[in-house]
Design a protein around this ligand. Structure first.
Ligand code: COA
Ligand code: AMP
Length: 639
């Protein structure tokens, strides 16, 4: 190892302007930027402030212009519909420029918002790119969210247009999206003028309201339009993610910095160039889907696999390996939870042996903490490097990773390796002092963050500053806790807030509590994330009932599960809830969630000195034991 990665990192921190000016050569500019990093509006930094470009041009048109139009852009593989087909860059250009033409014809302009609520089909990528083409700001909402969550996002983003499909298809059956969309629009206070609905034959949507238009018919007469030249700093998209309150945060991504950072990461982190095939098995509704199903692979002119299926059950635990082998996938990205699901079905990795995986160079894992077991199992079974890497919706691309396109460094299970160039990661204590090697604290990133990271929260600069920049001025607070070892390897251990991570999906316990309290029988609720062998964490609720409630345990349980499913959506995976007479609280009324979580996960805990009623912890412990969590040995320190 020659330390190339380390030296790149040093350069990026010592002279970020030169580093990113060089990286910016990977994209095609209408006007090349001279002002590489604008600091006039600190703490709001701007990358490439005077540059002009278009993200769609860079992801589509320029590859066609370079004579690579016949190259496969999207390889759509859908076991749930038993369908697979490929879309070349020529075809992608035709589809996207017509959809953009339709949008312009109904008055969508630069800066207008478009909400996309769609399944994992190529049209979802067309929709995102068409917005990018005309400077409209897209906001994709994950299909597993319920109507109410969609309505919250509609109210915040205030779109002129919504793009959706008649249905999504899950292994459990058809999920009609259109009724969810109608319900969301009924609940939303913001009124949307136009809905473009893609008909899928598995479910026929009702298009009788004048605002609803059939996708195929609308596009028949639509003109093809060219890309609009945008400022590098114009927003490309808003993506909502869970915060600690019930109100999601609208992460804003710009155009120029995003395109540069993603191109840089495809080559240097993921080891992907234009002749390669890349597959991120996630969903376009999450940041992984934005960055590495749609934009990243297309920006570098490679082939992206778009998979409408699951790691298991569509049809079996061999699905991933079969697709990798049959489609020449070089780098593959999934979440640890998917590997755990496969391991559960095929513990000895027998199915892996049926395929020639010589095309695969490495597998990347992210979305949640990667337990060493999962990493070691997959590395042994595949015989390939398995790369744990760490990032968040806010950063948009990896903060810490092995640089597989530069120089791989030794893998330490449990660590996503070292900070990536551009990111100066530190671990601070409560006073803002840097802690020693191997000591835990709050993981922060020194400002300015590199290109491609969030620029603010949608129309809420104050919340952006409050949430991320106010605790340690000059630093971005990641919300994760961890440590850095003596070799500079980072370890991300847990969240410092009430966010939980369920099967790689980030959810707010505060939102669960809000929903539980909507039930007429519930006076108070506390929700924690408890460890789960498959999903990493799952939510567990405890509720205090109002006096005089006459419901059986079974009735209460099923009503609360149904309520969460209806209000948050199936993605919540909410199955564990129990009534308790009282919740553990401090004397100032704060629920002791961290202590409850420790008890549930069988960790030693201290009884906080400020506890209002120590007996409430015994109640929690007994309840959790009944629910199959805290075992009889779980004890408070000194007990
Ligand atoms: N539209 C509608 N419903 C959806 C959906 C979508 N796009 N995605 C998920 N759901 C539903 C599922 O059908 C399921 O509903 P159910 O309760 O009726 O069965 C529910 O949401 C939970 O889904 P999921 O989290 O996928 O759990 P699962 O138990 O069906 O499958 C795994 C377990 C491990 C196979 C699955 O979680 C998985 O593939 N995880 C990978 C995670 C991932 O890619 N994360 C992205 C970050 S990188
Ligand atoms: P999201 O914004 O949904 O991508 O979730 C980001 C959060 O997931 C991070 O802040 C971490 O808490 C967690 N996370 C993602 N990747 C990793 C990883 N490789 N190791 C540990 N935690 C991770």
């Amino acid at each position: 190892m020659t330390g190339v990665g380390k030296s790149l990192h040093n350069q990026s921190i010592a002279d970020p302007r030169t580093f990113w000016a060089n990286a910016a050569k990977m994209i095609t500019w209408d006007k090349e930027p001279e002002n590489i990093l604008d600091e006039t509006n600190k703490p709001f930094y701007q990358w490439f402030a005077d540059g002009k470009m278009n993200t769609c041009y860079n992801a589509v048109d320029r590859h066609v212009a370079a004579g690579r139009g016949d190259r496969i852009a999207i390889n759509y593989i859908s076991p749930v519909t038993q369908n697979q087909y490929q879309i070349t860059y020529n075809e992608l250009l035709a589809q996207v420029s017509r959809l953009a033409g339709y949008m312009q014809s109904i008055g969508i302009e630069k800066g207008d918002r478009v909400v996309i609520y769609m399944p994992m089909i190529p049209e979802t990528a067309f929709a995102m790119l068409a917005c990018a083409r005309i400077g409209a700001i897209h906001s994709v909402v994950f299909g597993g969210f319920a109507a109410n969550e969609l309505a919250t996002r509609i109210n915040d983003a205030k779109p002129k247009l919504m793009l959706s499909a008649s249905c999504g298809i899950e292994p459990s059956g058809v999920v009609p999206y259109k009724p969810l969309l109608d319900d969301a629009l009924k609940q939303a206070t913001h009124k949307v003028d136009h809905c473009l609905i893609l008909a899928r034959h598995q479910y026929q949507a009702d298009l009788t309201v004048p605002r609803d238009v059939d996708w195929q018919s609308a596009l028949q007469d639509a003109p093809s339009v060219a890309c609009v030249s945008l400022n590098a700093t114009d927003p490309l998209y808003v993506l909502y993610t869970s915060g600690t309150t019930g109100k999601p945060k609208g992460v804003v991504r710009d155009n120029g910095g995003h395109a540069v950072a993603l191109c840089w990461s495809m080559k240097n982190i993921y080891d992907i160039e234009s002749d390669d095939v890349f597959w991120a098995a996630s969903d376009v509704g999450w940041v992984v889907g934005h960055s590495y199903i749609v934009y990243g692979p297309l920006l570098v002119g490679s082939t992206t696999v778009m998979y409408e299926g699951k790691p298991i059950g569509t049809p079996d635990a061999a699905a991933f390996w079969q697709i990798i082998a049959n489609n020449n996938v070089k780098s593959f990205f999934t979440a640890p939870t998917a590997i755990r699901a496969i391991k559960r079905e095929d513990p000895e990795g027998k199915l892996i042996q049926d395929f020639d995986l010589s095309c695969l160079k490495q597998m990347f894992l992210a979305g949640e903490r990667c337990d060493p077991d999962t990493l070691n199992w997959s590395q042994t079974m595949l015989g390939k490097p398995v790369i744990d890497h760490w990032w968040q919706t806010e950063t948009g691309w990896p903060v810490a990773s092995n640089l597989m396109g530069v120089e791989p460094i030794a893998i330490k299970p449990g660590s996503p390796a070292r900070p990536v160039p551009g990111y100066q990661v530190e671990v601070l204590d409560a006073m803002g002092e840097q802690v020693a090697a191997n000591e835990s604290g709050n993981v922060v990133i020194k400002q300015p963050l590199p290109p491609g990271t969030l620029t603010t929260l949608w129309q809420n600069d104050d919340r952006y500053v409050d949430s991320y920049l106010s605790m340690y001025p000059g630093y971005y607070l990641t919300g994760d806790a961890g440590y850095i070892d003596e070799d500079g390897y980072l370890y991300i251990m847990s969240r410092i807030d009430d966010i939980i991570n369920v099967a790689g999906h980030r959810l707010s316990t505060g939102r669960f509590e809000e929903v539980l309290c909507q039930h007429p029988a519930v006076a108070e609720a506390a929700v924690i994330g408890v460890q789960d062998k498959l999903k990493g964490q799952v939510p567990l609720g405890m509720v205090v009932l109002k006096n005089g409630v006459e419901l059986t345990d079974e009735e209460l349980h099923s009503q609360l599960l149904a309520l969460v499913r209806q209000e948050i959506g199936p993605v919540a995976s909410f199955r564990l809830v129990s009534a308790v007479p009282k919740l553990p609280k401090t004397r100032s009324g704060k629920i002791l969630r961290a202590t409850m979580r420790k008890i549930a996960d069988n960790q030693e805990y201290t009884v906080p000195a400020t506890i209002e009623d120590p007996q409430t912890l015994d109640i929690v412990r007994n309840t959790l034991t009944r629910m199959g969590y805290a075992n009889a040995l779980t004890k408070a320190l000194g007990e």
